[in-house]
Design a protein around this ligand. Structure first.
Ligand SMILES: CC(=O)Nc1ccn([C@@H]2O[C@H](CO)[C@@H](O)[C@H]2O)c(=O)n1
Length: 108
């Protein structure tokens, strides 16, 4: 028998809070450790720095993506340029090639 653990919380760096709340940022890109979000479930979202809750997100899809396959469409959904997105991801997940695109919608 096995038990599936569904994550119910997610953190973001606080600098992304306003883009998430305004709907300008509709995806996040995470590593394997954070690839277990389940489409159709809802997570409580807090800032990474202060742990301050700021919204709930409905998880829409979770799809694998290779770092080298990141494109302008991903960048657009992150509300940044592809160059900036790659730099940000490289900073957070240095050397990680296997990533996951988590697509979400703000819960009103
Ligand atoms: C705080 C924490 O635990 N982890 C992360 C990981 C990623 N991100 C953001 O997702 C996008 C792609 O990685 C970019 O916009 C990142 O800055 C984030 O805000 N927080």
């Amino acid at each position: 028998m096995s038990t599936t653990i569904v994550p119910t919380e997610m953190t973001f760096f606080s600098r992304f809070e306003s883009d998430i709340l305004s709907g300008k940022k509709t995806i996040t890109i995470r590593d394997e450790a954070e690839s277990y979000y389940v489409p159709g479930t809802t997570v409580d979202v807090s800032t990474y720095e202060e742990g301050r809750w700021f919204c709930r997100l409905n998880i829409l899809t979770v799809e694998p993506i290779a770092f080298n396959d990141l494109n302008d469409f991903h960048a657009q959904q992150e509300n940044m340029t592809l160059t900036d997105l790659k730099a940000v991801i490289h900073d957070i997940y240095p050397g990680i090639e296997k990533l996951y695109v988590v697509n979400y919608a703000l819960v009103k």
